[in-house]
Design a protein around this ligand. Sequence first.
Ligand code: CA
Length: 519
Amino acid sequence: MHGHTCRLLPIILIFLSVLWFTGCQEKQTPPNILFIMTDDHALKAISAYNPDLIQTPNIDRIAREGALFQHLFATNSICAPSRASILTGKFSHLNGQKDNHAVFDGSQSTFPKLLQQSGYQTALIGKWHLKSHPTGFDYWSIFPGQGFYYNPDINTMGDTSQVEGYATDLVTDLAIEWFQEKRDANKPFFMFYSHKAPHRNWMPALRHLDTLQNRIFPEPSAFYDKYETRLAAHSQLMHLQEHFFAAYDSKVHTIPLKKRDSTLWKLVYEDRLTAEEKAVWESALEDERQEYISGLQSGKTVQWLNYQRYIRDYLRCVMAVDENVGRMLDYLDEAGLADNTLVVYMSDQGMFLGEHGWFDKRWMYEESIRTPLLIRYPGHISQGQIRPEMAMNIDLAPTLLDYAGVAIPEDIQGESLKPLLSGNRIDDWRKEIYYHYYEFPYMTHVNPHYGIRNARYKLIRLYGHVEGWEFYDLQNDPSEELNSYDKAQYQQEIAAMKKQMAFLQEKYKDFNPEAISGQ
Ligand code: CA
């Protein structure tokens, strides 16, 4: 008997030390989380990714003091579906949010709910864009629907009223007000700080209207793309030449307008801005309107003129985002919260900034699916990390739960990025991402498709309206102008990727991918 106890003693000691270690871990203070989200923010419009278009020193600060992901992908590149995937950690076919029409099922599990149940105080300020009321938040104050840039309606816990000011500034005002007046210092917080900008129709703040006025932006890659080898790319409603409204989008409402354009412009401008605000707009944009009109007379293409108007206003909207991100980071510093707060900056997806002649997203092409992701957590994430691994929007839920010390539910489909951010080399990290777009037919729709992308190649299956396959070699054809599906040298790779795609559809339970989405 005595000998038996001796043999057990080391095991008992190990067991006790594991208990002690686990106890210590539980006593670690969970981090506060500031989750900064923007809408349609292309990564090339953040200077940490690309210094050529605009300087974003405050957003860049998060990358400099933390980590930047080079390859984060949206799994269904439109607003509501991507948001639902971020919240649930699941693909659209499982969380039910396949398109912007569906009403988000707020009864399902989301990471803010799990944080709330684990003792976090949770708040949501700004854009929500899921038709059901937010769940999982102790406090919420949101723009109904898309929201307005100027003097927007704001719904706070069920009560809606119009608030004076510029949306991007207001979101920050309200978030800081929550910190100062409602935060419970005895609990960690989760703040979902969510901007409308830089979503269409790109209405800058008054203070930015006279910036960039004399800057001519060079045409982006594949600007005059004719889609010659692509199957469905000609069929979309996001072309700068064809589908950009003169008033609503270009703000050149001195030329004859389409009826829909007049209606939209009235809604976002005529009925929203004060007389004083309109006076600043009219004065600031006079030269650009003149430039547009004389450009038309001198034979410049409408596409080129619309691009100049688009990119200037888009970047002006980003300027206000960057300034407000600076305000939030400064607030964390001043309030002594910066050291114990994990800060995430991301968008719901990317955006075409004129590539292929477009101004929207949706497609599985690079500018649309690649999404910025920056994460800072002093003392836990080493500074200046550039992460090349492939991440998906469904990874955010498990990542934040992991950092909060909350168990990750088994049905979450994403992977925690924490092991990567801890500096570990993960040999079996995913080698490809899966994508599935559904919304059709609708305003600015594209053909339904799904696909797979690895480090070098992309395979796309189009179904429904147009059926067929596309294949791109991103190394030889980075702007995706050449569908190489029929090229002999790629047949082996294509066959391997089809097999891998079938494996991922099984893994992610997308069992019947070509069923037409019920709407
Ligand atoms: Ca969006």
